[in-house]
Design a protein around this ligand. Structure first.
Ligand SMILES: [Zn+2]
Length: 318
C-alpha cells in the first residue's frame, strides 16, 4: 500500500552561527501534500528554495524558542510571502513574544501583511495538543533551556483498514457498510448477519510519529512524560561529551545525551543536529551517539528522511 509522504528535510544544522557550509536551525516536514516549517534560522528561505519547496505551500510554522539561530529568518520569509502575493492563511506557533517582535519590526518599517497571519502562543508547562485535523495531531511540550523552549510531536492518525475485495464482492454492501468496515468495526446486516471486521479487512501500515527536540539540557527519562517510541526523533547534540560541562552551563545536550534520550524514549531512529561551530568534522559526534544508540544519523543540509521508517529518501520534485 503506498502511503502519502511524511518526511522531514533538514535545512539548517548549525547552532549560533553559520559554519562550514552549515546554516542555523530549520527543518521542513512534508505531511501528505502539506508543508510545516520547524524553526526558521537566517537562511531558511534560501534553503527552502534550494531544495525546491514552495514557500507559499507552507501552512504552519513552529518556532521552538526565541534564540536568534531559531527564528531570525522568520521576518524575511514572511516578507517574501507577502511580496509574492500570498493569500492563504499562515499559522505560527511560537512563544508569545514573537508576535510582539514581528509587529514592532513591521510597524518600524511601515510594512504590512495582507494575508491571514495568525500567531498561536505557546506557553504551556505541560504537553498540549496545539493542532488537530482528521490526519494528524501536533503537540507541544516544554524543553529545559535558558529561555522558554518547546518540543513538538507530529503524530499521524491511524489509516483506515483495507477491505478484502474478494470477501465482499458478492455481498451487495452499501457505502455505509464499507465505511464501518474501514473504521475497524463489525457490520450488522439487516437480516441480522454479522460481518466480523477481522475477516473482511486487513490492517493498514502503522502511522508515523516524528518528535522534534530543539535546544535543551538533558534530563534522564524526561521525555517519557510526553511521548513514547517515536519512529523518528530529532534531538540537538550541540557538543561532544568532552564539552559536557559547557553543555550543562548553556542548557544544551551532548551527542551522547541525545543518544541516551533516544534510548530512554524507545525511539526507532535518531537524527542529531544543532552542531557547535567548533566542530568542522562531525563524525566524532556521530560515533559518540552510535556508541549509545546505533540507529543514529547526522543531520545535514538537504537530507530528507522518511519519518515512518527513518530512512533517507531523495528530495521529491515539487
Ligand atoms: Zn537556544
Amino acid at each position: 500500500m503506498s502511503l502519502p509522504p511524511f518526511t522531514v528535510t533538514i535545512l539548517g544544522t548549525s547552532s549560533a552561527t553559520p559554519a562550514y557550509g552549515r546554516f542555523p536551525s530549520a527543518q521542513v516536514v512534508q505531511f501528505h501534500q502539506r508543508l510545516f516549517l520547524i524553526d526558521c534560522g537566517e537562511a531558511a528561505q534560501f534553503q527552502l528554495r534550494k531544495y525546491h519547496f514552495s514557500i507559499q505551500k507552507i501552512e504552519k510554522i513552529f518556532i521552538s524558542h526565541l534564540h536568534g539561530d531559531h527564528f531570525f529568518g522568520f521576518f524575511g520569509l514572511i516578507g517574501s510571502m507577502q511580496l509574492q502575493g500570498r493569500k492563504r492563511e499562515l499559522l505560527v506557533y511560537a512563544p508569545p513574544e514573537l508576535e510582539h517582535i514581528f509587529k514592532t519590526i513591521y510597524a518600524a518599517s511601515d510594512a504590512s501583511v495582507t494575508f491571514p497571519l495568525k500567531f498561536i502562543h505557546l506557553k504551556s508547562h505541560s504537553k498540549e495538543l496545539i493542532y488537530e485535523d482528521d490526519a494528524i495531531n501536533v503537540y507541544s511540550f516544554p524543553m529545559n533551556h535558558r529561555v522558554p523552549c518547546f518540543g513538538f510531536v507530529f503524530q499521524e492518525k491511524p489509516f483506515l483498514r483495507k477491505i478484502r475485495k474478494e470477501k465482499v464482492e458478492n455481498l451487495s454492501l452499501l457505502p455505509i457498510h464499507y465505511d464501518v468496515l474501514r473504521k475497524g468495526e463489525d457490520v450488522v446486516l439487516e437480516d441480522g448477519r454479522i460481518l466480523k471486521n477481522s475477516e473482511y479487512t486487513i490492517p493498514s501500515p502503522p502511522p508515523g510519529v516524528f518528535v522534534h527536540c530543539s535546544d535543551t539540557f538533558y534530563t534522564p527519562l524526561y521525555y517519557k512524560n510526553f511521548f513514547d517510541s517515536p519512529d523518528l526523533l530529532y534531538h540537538e547534540a550541540t557538543f561532544s561529551s568532552a564539552e559536557a560541562k559547557r553543555a550543562e552551563l548553556t542548557f544544551h545536550s551532548t551527542a551522547n545525551q541525545a543518544a541516551q534520550a533516544a534510548r530512554d524514549c524507545g525511539a526507532k531512529k535518531l537524527i542529531i543536529g544543532h552542531f557547535s561551530a567548533r566542530y568542522k568534522e562531525l563524525t566524532p559526534l556521530l560515533e559518540e551517539a552510535r556508541a549509545v544508540f546505533r540507529e543514529s544519523i547526522l543531520a545535514e543540509e538537504g537530507l530528507t528522511v522518511n519519518i515512518r521508517d527513518g530512512f533517507p529518501v531523495p528530495v521529491p520534485v515539487r
